[in-house]
Design a protein around this ligand. Sequence first.
Ligand SMILES: Cc1cc2nc3c(=O)[nH]c(=O)nc-3n(C[C@H](O)[C@H](O)[C@H](O)COP(=O)(O)OP(=O)(O)OC[C@H]3O[C@@H](n4cnc5c(N)ncnc54)[C@H](O)[C@@H]3O)c2cc1C
Length: 506
Amino acid sequence: MTVESADVVIAGAGPNGLMLACELALAGVRPVVLDRLPAPSDEPKANGLVGQVIRQLDMRGLYHAFGGDEGPPTPAYGWMFAGVSLNFLGIENNPMYALLIQQPRLVRLLEKRARDLGVDVRWGHALTALHAGEQNVALTVATEGRAYRMDATYLVGADGGRSMVRKSAGIGFPGATSPIVSRIAHVHLPEELLVAGRGYEIPGFGLLPFGHNRFTDGTVIAFPLDPTRPLLGSVEYGWTVGSAEGPMSLDELRDSLRRIIGADVPLQPPKGPGPHALRRIDGINSRQADRYRAGRVLLVGDSAHVHSPMGGPGLNLGMQDAVNLGWKLAGVLNGWAAADLLDTYESERYPVGQRVMMHSQAQLALAAPGPEVAALRELFGELVGKPDVTTHLAGLLAGSDVRYDVGDDHRLSGLMVPELVLDDGRRAAELLHDARPVLLDLSGGAAEVAAAGWADRVSVVTASMADGPAALLIRPDGYVAWAADTFGADDAATLRAALTRWFGDG
Ligand SMILES: Cc1cc2nc3c(=O)[nH]c(=O)nc-3n(C[C@H](O)[C@H](O)[C@H](O)COP(=O)(O)OP(=O)(O)OC[C@H]3O[C@@H](n4cnc5c(N)ncnc54)[C@H](O)[C@@H]3O)c2cc1C
């Protein structure tokens, strides 16, 4: 059997695997992406992206192509926490962004970009076995009734929550399965039920408002994202996990809604072209891989963490994993990375995953039935009116409240670069389109001189900016690695130390 070689094989052409493939390709590494499906899935899943990942799309010049409005991304004025409305108007440096995009479209756009960048994307190729050794990972791939072998220098599991890569690499997936069942479907509802801008008037019940509605016996979700086929869903607690039989049906959803609101919702199958959502989640998993890396095997996205989809944090977490990992893995393969650079993938991203586990479980708890939870929601509603609490929640839900330990204590270091606008009108985000690190020299050229040894890896942008720092070192993922307000002899030394730490010897 012939054995193919590749620097990186990515198992899974979902949004996170493809995002990683694009990042690697921008850094000069051409991965092979395998997916066992014959073609991109049309299954409705995510309806949008939420949080800081939208700024990262903007940094790659993808914000508008992926459906963003004209101009730079603008922060969202609010969001939901367990169905409780949060108002982010007026909070300083609001980090919350939102972008409506259906997952199948996102995957197709990323696949096209990956192919345009020279990535080898193989649909209908399933990874069936792996053996991780010291020097490489030996893979067996099955396609069209035959099998072939590949040797990968690195294997990345982007193969979803049931990840065979994670299991085969012996990486544990601790966490909890909550006894909760959720059901969601695209439906058709009679036009006369629509109360414009408010909800649906359900006979025998009354107004069912748009959004998450918590009742004594569960939650009902009504989202008219596509008014011709609104999404209707339910969440019921106290469920026996594994007791659901057969595929989900609209009758099952109708019964569930009746149990919660005590009335029959006159829902019908959606009329337009599909595929339509019709999904039961039988037990909600909140689980995180106990390691993101085992030698030459790494995990990104759902293979590393699964949680309730409430509030839509999944792709903010997963795509930022991919952007964090891409340049580091490329640095190793391109020969310049320090020995421990790859370790910072887990040390930086694991705590962000923990925050998502925490808040998605907290949201499940706050949406649970019972009078005690009703009282807790009332108290929570009072607290979210307080500016400090709102700011705290905005950072938590946007995924911006974990500051990476970059070894520099400037107030900007370890955080995503703020929306800086240079005197020539360029935004900091626009400097990162090609995913190279950027030394933004606002010191009149002194920082550029100090960084001369890294010119092959680090782009230097000399510019001016009113009230700006003297210099900023921005990693390809948009995070500030080092910054200085004035640039003196000491700063040249700390800049060089930061360049060495993140981009190898100069
Ligand atoms: C109902 C629902 C609503 C959601 N809403 C949102 C939302 O609004 N916003 C949001 O951000 N997130 C949302 N999510 C979460 C989001 O859909 C996931 O986080 C996302 O799909 C994870 O992407 P991924 O690339 O990690 O994995 P996946 O999308 O699961 O992709 C994994 C890929 O790996 C392939 N694969 C598996 N095994 C193998 C193998 N052995 N060999 C080769 N290929 C393999 C699969 O075919 C698949 O294509 C929602 C999820 C659900 C279920």
